[in-house]
Design a protein around this ligand. Structure first.
Ligand SMILES: [Zn+2]
Length: 478
């Protein structure tokens, strides 16, 4: 296959480049970021007038200026009036070949794929970024979704076309092993799996040290089965609905496109919230609401979001973005603007309940992930939109920033290396103008981005090209 050959050649030729750059690496100068306010991502209060020392791709010292020394001859970057944050980790990514520079421009340094395919392609992206032949964020890879047979009466669901369908524990284990052998970092399970089949898949994934991410209509079962994270707000919605006939009808209606996802949220039953939260916290199940996808026109910052998104999407340097994103964004905001008042009240009631769940889950110690889910929104940017929505819901800016850094690293089992600005960790961080503690949207004023201690090019180039194009069409994905 032509694409596969090109892909392999491209990865191989860049191995030579990687060897050269690792020789240079050993001589890389010490970098110091001085005078800015550090939000380190641990939840600790910000450190004003901070000094951060980076050597050989790692943070070697972090603290107040008076407490940290650094060698003469270091490259010093002054950060007065600026804030330093941990490099963002997208809580719900589906990487595509055109996303690299847009992620970098938003300070997103790692893109953990909740699902992707073909598996060979996403693994090649991960390796290509690692060896420097692809300009983009670090990739953590999950691949094809593992799912059960479609519910009776629905036929094969469009979204299942690239899924691995399993109906027994043996098949589930085999599917997981197959993906692990191809090099995935995590496993994605879906709503149609029978509980005991899902349990076998989780068990197999954990045997290989791979985290599990899942869609779920019943979070109690997902928690009992050992999922690391449950994806999407509607997992909470369906779990909360007590009438099983009503739940089933809403589920099938949404599957068949007869019920709008945003509308489903008005059916939430807050009386169940405490029970759901308790089950999630007991098993340390994280939660990725991906609610910017459905609700940002109801945010208090909706006008600002729309303005920012349209300006971005009309940037001539980004003319290579798929045209559907601009179209979808315009249609999406217009839909809410034209919405009949009674309808808007109904959808708003769902959003308010969701905010309530977010607030209570977080207050109880629950770990939220902010993510792009980039089929519908601009990747990278959407992470910041979710941070704004979290602060509106009542999280502190410090808590919000953790939802796109340390929390995600923890779910992927990578928090010892990634997710915060701490001595000994990989030097992933970004510098913004302003102070996100006072104004959370300042996280978007990105000035400098570092991955592995290296300064990245964060500008847009109209001729941006991924050397390993994705061999299939962009959509759909969940
Ligand atoms: Zn998704």
């Amino acid at each position: 296959m032509k694409t596969a050959q090109r892909l392999i050649v491209s990865v191989l030729t860049s191995v030579a480049g990687a060897v050269c750059s690792s020789l240079l690496w050993a001589q890389s100068p010490t970098i110091v970021i001085q005078g800015g306010t550090l939000i380190d991502g641990t939840g600790r209060p910000p450190i004003t007038d901070s000094v951060i020392v980076i050597q050989d791709g790692k943070f070697t010292a972090v603290g107040k200026r008076s407490e940290v020394s650094f060698p003469q001859g270091a490259e010093v970057i002054e950060a007065n009036g600026k804030s330093i944050l941990p490099g963002l980790i997208d809580g719900h990514c589906h990487y595509r070949d055109w996303m690299g520079e847009i992620y970098l421009a938003y300070g997103v340094v790692t893109c953990p794929n909740i699902s992707n395919n073909p598996v060979e392609w996403i693994v090649a992206q991960r390796e290509g970024v690692k060896n420097g032949s692809i300009r983009g964020p670090r990739v953590w890879a999950s691949a094809n979704i593992i799912d059960g047979p479609p519910p009776e009466g629905t036929g094969v669901l469009r979204r299942q076309r690239t899924s691995i369908i399993v109906d027994s524990e043996d098949e589930a284990r085999k599917a997981v092993r197959g993906l692990v052998e191809k090099g995935v970092d995590g496993v994605k399970l879906f709503e149609r799996l029978k509980p005991q089949v899902a349990k076998a898949a989780v068990d197999e994934a954990h045997k290989f040290g791979r985290p599990v991410f899942g869609h779920s209509l019943d979070i109690f079962t997902a928690a009992a089965n050992g999922y690391q994270s449950v994806e999407h707000s509607w997992s909470v919605v369906y779990t909360s609905i007590q009438d099983s006939k009503k739940k089933h009808e809403l589920d099938i209606g949404r599957m068949l496109g007869k019920v709008d996802t945003a509308d489903v949220h008005a059916q939430m039953e807050p009386a169940m919230f405490d029970k759901i939260i308790k089950a999630m916290i007991e098993k340390n199940v994280h939660w990725s609401p991906t609610w910017a996808t459905w609700f940002r026109p109801l945010s208090a910052s909706a006008d600002e979001m729309k303005r920012r998104e349209l300006a971005l999407l009309k940037n001539p340097q980004l003319k290579y973005l798929p045209s559907y994103i601009l179209k979808d964004t315009e249609t999406f905001f217009a839909k809410y603007e034209k919405m009949a008042p009674e309808k808007r009240i109904e959808v708003m009631s769902g959003y308010r309940m969701l905010q309530e769940f977010v607030r209570r889950f977080s207050a109880a110690g629950g770990k939220i992930h902010s993510g792009s889910d980039p089929n519908h929104v601009v990747p990278g940017y959407a992470v910041h939109a979710e941070l704004q929505m979290l602060v509106e819901a009542g999280l502190t800016p410090l808590q919000a920033i953790q939802t796109a850094s340390i929390n995600v690293a923890q779910a992927w089992g990578k928090e010892k290396e990634y997710g915060s600005v701490e001595k000994g960790k990989v030097a992933d961080f970004f510098i913004v103008r302003g102070d996100p503690i006072k104004n959370i949207s300042d996280t978007q004023n990105v000035e400098l981005v570092f991955i592995d201690g290296k300064k990245m090019d964060t500008s847009f180039h109209a001729d941006y090209k991924n050397p390993i194009p994705r061999p299939i069409e962009d959509r759909p994905e969940s």
